[in-house]
Design a protein around this ligand. Sequence first.
Ligand code: HEM
Ligand code: HEM
Length: 258
Amino acid sequence: MTAIDWLSLLHPVLVMLFVYPVVGATVRLGILVREQRLGITRQPAKVMAEHSDHGRWMTGGVVVAVLIALLYSFLSKFSADPAAFAGGVPRLALLGLVAAGALVSLVALWRVRRPLWRGTFALLCWAALLGLGSQGEIWRLSDNPLSASFWASHYWAGILLTGLLLGTTAARPEIQRTLRLRRLHVSAAVLTALLLAVMAITGSRDLLEIPLSWQKPAVFRCDFKARRCPLPEDAQGSLVAPGSSGLLPGAGADAAGA
Ligand code: HEM
Ligand code: HEM
């Protein structure tokens, strides 16, 4: 593996090592908060604060992991062929600046107290991620919500998940105070947990499908619709079916990226 291939592992490794363990703790603490509110068990007062603090860390971890994935996509395209990267170094620097803006908004969201500021910084952070994700270098399977592949897209599920988490973090004090918002939070949390499962499944699928950097020239010569790859040069580029004696294995239909 080359340096850029190792860099591609940073996003999944960060998610598996940091985000998912914090998710487990957040869900467990959320259940304890619920039990305390319903009087099923008695919990130390700390449990409520611990749940929302873990939720805040979970949101931060997800935003950082998304930024790493997006920046990796730009850097890998740039390093493969700097001349073909639209806008060159100035555009790459601008994209880096937008990513820094997303991080600053996240930190500001943690610090500000007024509802208007909390809402503004959550929206700013999400808008920066959407702006970066809408660039041509980011693989999104489909941008059409009416097509099935949109709902199988790792990118769009990730954006929805990040929006839900940022919204929940912004509404933290109101969730603590208002019964109606707590009910809404529980429904949103079920969707969040579902999306986290979708991310684990689609992320593992993408890891299987994306070739290493030195394999790309060969793999991208495959016909992804027909799931066939050309034989090596000496066989004059004829196509073989996956599983047959050809040297290049068949690739999945969506193998071009995440
Ligand atoms: C998958 C993730 C999550 C699950 C399953 C979850 C679950 C829950 C549950 C079951 C409750 C109790 C509601 C009630 O008593 O009616 C709760 C309360 C709460 N949650 Fe979450 N939650 C999650 C993520 C988050 C996040 C990301 C935050 C924000 C940073 C957050 C902040 C809160 C707050 C502030 C409360 C109210 C605590 C209190 O009663 O003082 N949660 N959550
Ligand atoms: C909280 C969960 C996760 C979120 C929010 C998330 C979000 C994202 C986003 C927004 C992208 C950018 C799409 C692109 O660059 O083309 C991406 C890429 C990717 N994700 Fe995830 N992801 C999560 C979990 C995972 C997991 C668990 C894995 C693997 C086991 C994974 C593997 C990948 C891969 C291979 C890519 C493409 C390469 C890269 O950009 O690093 N993701 N993810």
